[in-house]
Design a binder for this molecule. Structure first.
Ligand SMILES: N[C@@H](CCC(=O)N[C@@H](CS)C(=O)NCC(=O)O)C(=O)O
Length: 215
């Protein structure tokens, strides 16, 4: 399977975490002509990453790709079997994505302290804190986000955590975990586990050479 994208994208990281967890052979690469080249637009009319090519199957949108991989590769499932547990895992994933990652990435436009709109910054930080309070209620308090097993909740939470850790301290949120007990335990697990620690390190490396000012 070809995965088009770079590891720094949280959406690409979801796909890579799923593929690695399931042991799916894949190659991660940026589209040679760029995201808006006619060749790449023929694969993904949105011109975004991640996009995958798996034999004759071409797909885009990280949530769709993750669902496809889960349906195709039945081993090491990331969606729990029971309706209730599956919904719980998806709920944690959605809260991370919509209510924590969304406002975290929105702060990216405010990264220059000289041009920063402090009102927007405060609004986004408050949104993130409200999202994290919900996360704290939903977290299992066990090994992984939704329970004893790695699930879709972790696939969404880990890239989100990367951006929180990388960005929020420069906005005055020195410790995004903020004393939340289950989140503290969860972040420690994610930093220690081989699969998740590896992707966090890779995203960190990619961040070092990312220079948006040059784009
Ligand atoms: N909803 C999409 C979002 C993908 C997305 O926004 N990817 C960014 C990289 S982080 C991208 O390709 N941006 C390039 C562009 O929009 O032109 C998904 O979940 O896959």
């Amino acid at each position: 399977m070809d995965v088009y994208g770079g590891i720094l994208s949280p959406y690409v990281a979801r796909v890579i975490l799923t593929a690695r967890h399931k042991g799916i052979k894949h190659k991660l690469k940026m589209p040679t002509g760029g995201l808006k080249s006619p060749e790449f637009l023929a694969l993904n009319p949105m011109g975004k990453i991640p996009t995958i090519k798996d034999g004759s199957t071409v797909l885009y949108e990280s949530s769709v790709i993750v669902d496809y991989l889960e349906a195709k590769y039945k081993k090491k499932r990331i969606i729990p079997a029971s309706a209730k547990d599956a919904a719980k895992a998806r709920l944690i994933a959605t809260v991370f994505s919509e209510y924590v990652q969304g406002p975290t990435l929105a702060l990216f436009r405010q990264r220059d302290p000289a041009k920063r709109d402090q009102k927007i910054v405060e609004e986004k930080l408050a949104e993130i804190n409200r999202g994290l309070d919900v996360v704290e209620k939903l977290l299992s308090g066990k090994t992984w986000a939704a329970g004893a097993k790695f699930t879709i909740a972790d696939v969404y939470a880990v890239p989100c955590w990367f951006f929180m850790g990388a960005m929020l301290p420069s906005f005055g949120m020195a410790d995004p975990v903020g004393g939340r007990k289950k989140l503290t335990k969860y972040v420690a697990k994610v930093k220690k586990d081989k699969l998740t620690a590896t992707i966090l390190a890779e995203m960190g490396e990619a961040m070092k050479s990312f220079n948006p000012g040059q784009r």
